[in-house]
Design a protein around this ligand. Structure first.
Ligand code: SF4
Length: 863
């Protein structure tokens, strides 16, 4: 298959089929800048992908101190050499000419260039003044899912024990909070039960609200390779959009948005009714089965059909697929997490596995996915949600244990209430109790719901806003101080993907200008604030990435996310390793819960649980009485309708989401020529029947309006389910004349102009999938087409006259078999067919030699 492929037009590349229980064969993907040949590369530096949660291992090509390309690592367990389009091309954003290179401070209403000492002095002065005048609760920290573990941990220590504030959260609240909460509700503790390797063994793969083809394209390649091999898995897809997953599925259910709990309850009903429950597993490892059985007793497919608008027979087929699987793998993402009754629905997927005994064996597992590359680390390190090391804020012994690790008094770690979630922090800022908000690596002026409100909060005179980022984002334009940060490839650190695989990413090049690694910025702040432990020594005793990692290892010891057996050297030597890694599992751990549900015991669990409807926290007494021995908890939930239903004025349901080619608010991907050209502007998707009924057509400029605001975009007519509109959420204003919001009173461009301020009661994750909206024609397309990819879920229903998405010669990437990694494959059926799954024109243009050369094992060493 050694060949070159346009990986914009053919995002998943060529197939290497393999059979069930086989080893996924390697395929090495490489993209080098125009004019760079492999023999010109001076260094290959180890890294992992930063533009999604897959954790694809890759090597950065370096020539003369510049990044010039990317190559997948054939020996890594996660991707076996493959890279997705954002991995291949995304690195180019790092060298954008508009990177921030110097700190900025606000003078006379304008941001002007400054120096680090001036900028940090302003931050420290404001911090000290607020601590003296208003106390620690007046400071809040809102971070990202894209920094490194060492940075989150340092931030968590300085915020919780240094400042003493409870207001620390990540934008992972928008993304992965429900995954964490669902795992805690079912298993007492966060921690992904399954492994990506389960894809190799499953006979049924069920994807709930998870468009894996676009969110984790490399694991989709793995599924495609299995679908092309012997004994392929059958897929169940639950998604209202006609995604690539839906097109490959044996059964596709496209429910009304906001009805996941009704659908899942009907699936559970059918599994119980048809006698597919593993009663031995349920008896040995769970509590709560009787309540679930009673709750779903009346939830027939016919009942759910009326709520979800899915044929009852199709629900029956889906239940048959789930019930007949002998190794079932389920995955869950934003179609559940960002929708109504998010945690309740995600927990029902866990229940499906618990009652079928589908856990802890190869091919039988749950992947409650993450969206961001380092989302898992915010959760582990206490920068999103709970206390570091999955410690329980309600358990005094856990707080005392953490205090001992930090050498502080337990009372100095706030634990009077659950850590404040992002939506509440913005509410506190709106009300005036938070007076300083330090925002690192995220862009709430585009990514939070109801943007007019967010802009007005960030724009308040009394709120001191610090923004730490790579570019002058929409949010940075509201800042009082802007700190220029280094990004991956310019700094060293570790991060952990959605299946607990830890990777090390080394510094390959210098950051531009005076930009600094986030870790260095946090350490500088801690030193200037002179945070002390209870004996008067420095609170933070580490000084670089590796010493921060060693400090984190001490904090993680004995907890589920135990890193004590990991070292930077081991990560350089082996590549990705799955935690826990400790004395009893020195090589890492494929799957959790192979031997029972060991982290649900009342003494060790991360949470005592919540009411799934109200979000009220349970106490230790309730938990002990429900679950004295620590078993998985089967928690039932009834369906309740979404808060905002369509009306005469707003007759559609509106859902938002992403495309394969962009990440978040396009801060990076919008600056990458190949990615930006594939999806250059916002669009609006509508189903064929709805378009015909309103006399709307491809390319028409339309306005989408909700009770909160409006946006305009060109229309793409797809096979979307009736009554639904879809808008991608990536598009903001940094590349428009206005810069930070809609121009004057004009309709906006960002999807979140229209979304609702509402969140899941248990996980506090904002809801982006259930708003009511209208759509009206602004202007005929006149032959224009929507700026939407044709390769993905946004493919037009009728391709006539629609130009297919292609990247052209500038997007050609090499793909090569690396048979060295196939030798122990038990599967005899591996063959190189070069079969592709898209109908896009195949590149096949140039053949590039991508033989492996030595990778530089740098010693890290951030500036
Ligand atoms: S794009 Fe969605 S899934 Fe990805 S990180 Fe952002 S919120 Fe999470």
């Amino acid at each position: 298959m050694d060949s070159s492929v346009d990986r914009i037009g053919d995002p998943w590349g060529g197939r290497v089929p393999y059979g069930r229980h086989g080893r996924w064969p390697a395929r090495v993907d490489t993209f080098l800048a125009d004019g760079v040949r492999p023999d010109m590369v001076q260094d290959w530096v180890r890294a992992a992908s930063i533009l999604h949660s897959d954790g694809d291992a890759m090597d950065i090509a370096v020539v003369d101190g510049r990044m010039v390309g990317m190559r997948g690592r054939a020996d890594d367990r996660v991707n076996r050499g493959r890279l997705g389009p954002k991995d291949l091309y995304g690195w180019q954003a790092n060298a954008s000419p508009d990177r921030l290179t110097r700190p900025l401070v606000r003078e006379g209403g304008r941001l002007v260039e400054s120096d680090w000492d001036t900028a940090m002095s302003r931050v420290v002065t404001r911090s000290r003044d607020l601590l003296a005048e208003r106390g620690p609760g007046s400071l809040g920290f809102y971070t990202s899912g894209q920094l490194f573990l060492e940075e989150y941990y340092t931030l968590a220590v300085l915020a919780r024990a240094g400042i003493g504030t409870n207001h620390l959260d990540g934008n992972t609240r928008l993304c992965t909070a429900t995954a964490a909460e669902a795992l805690k509700e079912s298993f007492g503790c966060d921690g992904q039960p399954g492994s990506y390797d389960d894809i190799d063994h499953a006979d049924v793969i069920a994807l709930f609200g998870h468009n894996i083809a676009e969110t984790q394209p490399v694991q989709w390649m793995r599924i495609l390779d299995r679908l092309a091999g012997t004994d392929p898995p059958r897929l169940l897809c639950v998604d209202p959009r006609p995604t690539r997953v839906a097109r490959a599925a044996a059964v596709h259910l496209a429910p009304r948005t906001g009805t996941n709990v009704a659908l899942l309850n009907a699936l559970l009903h059918e599994i119980i009714r048809t006698g597919r429950v593993d009663h031995a597993y349920v008896g040995a490892h769970t509590v709560g089965y009787e309540e679930l059985a009673a709750r779903v007793e009346d939830c027939t497919p016919e009942w759910a059909s009326g709520i979800c608008d899915v044929p009852a027979a199709r629900i029956g087929e889906a239940a048959e697929l789930l019930g007949s699987a002998d190794r079932l793998l389920s995955t869950v993402l934003q179609g559940v997490y960002q929708s109504h009754q998010a945690t309740a629905a995600a927990v029902q997927v866990n229940n499906l596995h618990l009652i079928r005994g589908m856990l802890g064996r190869p091919g039988a597992g749950v992947l409650q996915m993450n969206g961001q590359p380092t989302a898992q680390n915010t959760r582990e390190c206490g920068a999103d949600g709970d206390l570091p090391g999955f410690r329980n804020w309600q358990n005094d012994a856990h707080v005392a244990d953490l205090a001992a690790v930090w050498n502080v008094e337990p009372d100095s770690i706030p634990h009077y209430a659950p850590p404040t979630h992002a939506m509440q922090m913005f509410r506190y800022a709106e009300q005036g109790s938070i007076r300083m908000l330090w925002i690192s690596g995220t862009n709430p002026a585009v990514s939070l719901p109801e943007l007019a409100r967010i802009r007005s909060i960030l724009g308040q005179e009394r709120l001191f806003v610090v923004v730490q980022d790579l570019f002058l984002t929409e949010t940075a334009r509201y800042a009082d101080v802007v700190l220029p940060a280094a990004t991956w490839g310019e700094k060293t650190g570790t991060f952990t993907n959605a299946d607990r695989t830890v990777h090390l990413s080394d510094r390959a090049v210098d950051p531009p200008g005076e930009a600094r690694p986030d870790l260095r910025i946090f350490l500088d702040y801690a030193a200037r604030m002179d945070f002390r432990d209870k004996d008067g020594g420095p609170l933070i005793t580490w000084h670089d990435p590796e010493s921060a990692f060693e400090a984190w290892k001490r904090c993680s010891a004995g907890r589920p996310c135990d890193y004590t057996g990991l070292t930077y050297d081991a990560l350089r030597r082996v590549g990705g390793i799955q935690w826990p890694v400790n004395e009893s599992a020195p090589d890492g751990t494929d799957r959790l819960y192979t031997d029972g549900i060991d982290w649900a015991h009342p003494d060790v669990c991360e949470t005592y649980g919540k009411d799934l409807v109200t979000g009220a926290s349970d106490g230790v007494v309730e938990y002990r009485s429900l679950n004295p021995d620590g078993k998985a908890m089967i928690k039932a939930a009834g369906y309740v309708p979404a808060h905002e239903e369509p009306s005469g004025e707003y007759p559609f349901r509106l859902t938002t989401g992403r495309t394969l080619y962009h990440f978040h608010t396009r801060t990076k991907t919008g600056r990458v020529p190949q990615l930006n050209a594939a999806a250059p502007d916002v669009w609006v998707e509508i189903g064929e029947a709805d378009a015909a009924a309103r006399d709307l057509a491809e390319g028409d400029l339309v306005e989408v309006r909700s009770p909160r605001g409006a946006l305009r975009g060109r229309l793409r007519v797809t096979e979307l389910r009736p009554g639904l509109l879809f808008v991608p959420f990536h598009y903001g204003y940094w590349d428009t004349p206005a810069g930070s919001g809609p121009d004057g009173g004009a309709a906006g461009r960002a999807a979140n102009e229209t979304t609702v301020t509402d969140w899941d009661p248990a996980s506090k994750q904002p809801l982006f999938k259930t708003a009511a909206a209208s759509v009206t024609l602004v202007e005929r397309g006149g032959g224009q087409q929507a700026p939407a990819p044709t390769t993905t879920a946004s493919a037009p229903a009728d391709r006539t006259g629609v130009r297919p998405t292609a990247g052209g010669p500038g997007a050609h990437a090499a793909q090569a078999r690396d048979s060295a990694w196939d030798t122990d494959a038990p599967d005899a059926g591996v063959r190189d067919t070069g079969v592709r799954d898209t109908d896009a024109p195949d590149g096949g243009v140039r053949h590039t030699d991508v033989r492996r050369t030595d990778v530089r094992h740098t010693s890290g060493g951030d500036r």
